[in-house]
Design a binder for this molecule. Structure first.
Ligand code: F0G
Length: 449
């Protein structure tokens, strides 16, 4: 399959530019807005005569590729490369066999909430443990194809882990800016393990973004934050994978965590393109959940203002500790166009939801658990009905932030809600003899009756 050309379209003005004409910060100098990748067949292009990818043929081709041993076929992102023709040569794809993540049910949680259909799409099962790999394989491949030697990102930890890994695979140098003291150690260690120049800045995520934007303006360093529209091309593929895994039956509602707000935007693009091309007959509602301590989109949504007011972010769900999200306009459009909603979850709600997911044998990082916390609220407010088929996006692996989990179980998170108590499993320190173990076992069995 030869890769067709694409262009970048400003989401504010609709102006189009050639891919190599884009500025280093990926913003339109006239409007300050972001770009999206547009193909000849894209709906925004409005060209009914343009040849379109054939849905029927591609469903077969994608299924066949699952049996192929070629790395780009084994990748759960590049397997769908026909809908993301962003490279001049597909052999330039840098892949760690990302994607191909499982859909898990949550039987006990569904029962508790009175839902018949509740699945989680576990993006934490990606090679570096978060959904960021799906977007990093695409954007970093573009960087490598265009001959960049250095790539960079500001991150709350997962983007930097993913970027460092893919850069290492491609033989590129990577520089990472992270807020000092405000990211989980697991993520910080990954960036070092994969050989990136890891810089802890004495500021928050928003401060890191600001400084990095200045630096890439003046140096030949390719920016891999999610303002880079090629990130979203990879991050749209879980939408395709969900539909494929459900035998092309579309869920009614997809719920995602919101930080910098690229992920909800990317999934919206994915589902919308699938509908436009005739793979599916409708687009699911997409709802975004923010941490209450980092909730600018929630505030914008409930106040119905035209402009977003950045907040000073604070939450133990450090992945989404972001007060000035770059992709807020894209996300707001997706939520509104699909009929979804924006909710917030406080620290107690996040902690309980994370424990409930963990108790199902799945586990995720705190930022992912906002989806379940938000679902409970959407059910209460009627934005989700019990008959709906709901999919929660779990964005990161539980081992990304073990400190949070340990603090929860040791009751150090200040989660003072009764709901948390049944899930607490603090580690026991016992004398090394049979009777003390038996006493503990008996106490546990009596408690669980
Ligand atoms: N969940 C996790 C685990 C994340 O790491 C992030 C973002 C999000 C959700 C939110 O996604 O930003 O697209 O709305 N983490 C970024 C990072 C910002 O630097 O790793 P978003």
């Amino acid at each position: 399959m030869s890769f067709v050309s694409h262009q970048l379209r400003c989401i504010g003005s609709g102006e189009r530019i050639a891919p190599d004409a884009v500025s280093s910060d990926f913003r339109d100098p006239a409007t300050g807005e972001l770009y999206e990748v547009e193909y000849s067949w894209s709906e925004t292009r409005g060209d009914a005569a343009a040849p379109r990818p054939n849905a029927q043929a591609l469903r077969h081709l994608w299924a066949e590729r699952r049996d192929s041993t070629l790395p780009i076929d084994a990748s759960g992102v590049w397997r769908y490369r026909d809908l993301l023709p962003i490279l001049k040569d597909e052999n330039n794809a840098v892949t760690l066999r990302e994607g191909n993540t499982p859909l898990y049910d949550l039987p006990r949680t569904s029962k508790l909430l009175g839902l018949d259909f509740l699945l989680t799409k576990h993006q934490g099962m990606n090679p570096t443990g978060s959904f960021k790999d799906t977007g990093m394989t695409t954007a970093l491949s573009v960087a490598a194809e265009r001959g960049y030697k250095w790539v960079a990102c500001a991150s709350t930890g997962n983007t930097s882990a993913a970027m460092a890994a893919y850069a290492a695979r491609a033989g590129l140098r990577a520089i990472v800016f992270i807020p000092e003291g405000k990211i989980a150690w697991g993520k910080l260690s990954q960036s070092m393990d994969y050989g990136a120049l890891t810089v802890q800045l004495k500021t928050d995520f928003d401060g890191c973004v600001k400084l990095l934007t200045e630096i890439v303006r003046k140096n030949p360093i390719y920016l891999l934050n999610s303002v880079n529209p090629y990130r979203l091309e990879g991050q749209k593929t879980p939408a395709i994978e969900i539909c494929e895994q459900l035998d092309w039956q579309v869920p009614d509602h997809v719920i995602v965590p919101g930080g910098n707000l690229a992920n909800g935007s990317a999934l919206g693009k994915g589902f919308t393109e699938l509908k436009h091309l005739g793979f599916i007959d409708r687009v699911p509602k997409i709802s975004v959940i923010q941490a209450a301590g980092a909730n600018p989109l929630f505030q914008w949504f409930t106040n119905e203002e035209k402009q977003l007011h950045p907040v000073t972010a604070d939450t133990r769900a450090t992945a989404i500790r972001i007060g000035n999200p770059a992709s807020w306009r894209k996300a707001a459009r997706v939520i509104e166009a699909t009929g979804g909603w924006c909710e917030q979850a406080d620290e107690n709600e996040i902690a309980v939801a994370k424990a409930q997911i963990g108790a199902e044998g799945i586990g995720c990082e705190p930022a992912s658990a906002v989806t379940l916390a938000g679902l409970k609220k959407l059910l209460k407010s009627g934005h989700v009905q019990t008959g709906e088929r709901v999919v929660l996006l779990l964005t990161g692996h539980t081992l990304k932030d073990p400190e949070y989990t340990i603090d929860f179980h040791k009751d150090l998170l200040a989660t003072d809600v009764a709901e948390a108590a049944p899930y607490r499993r603090p580690p026991l320190v016992l004398d090394a003899n049979e009777s003390s173990v038996m006493r503990a076992l008996e106490a546990e069995m009596a408690g669980s009756l």
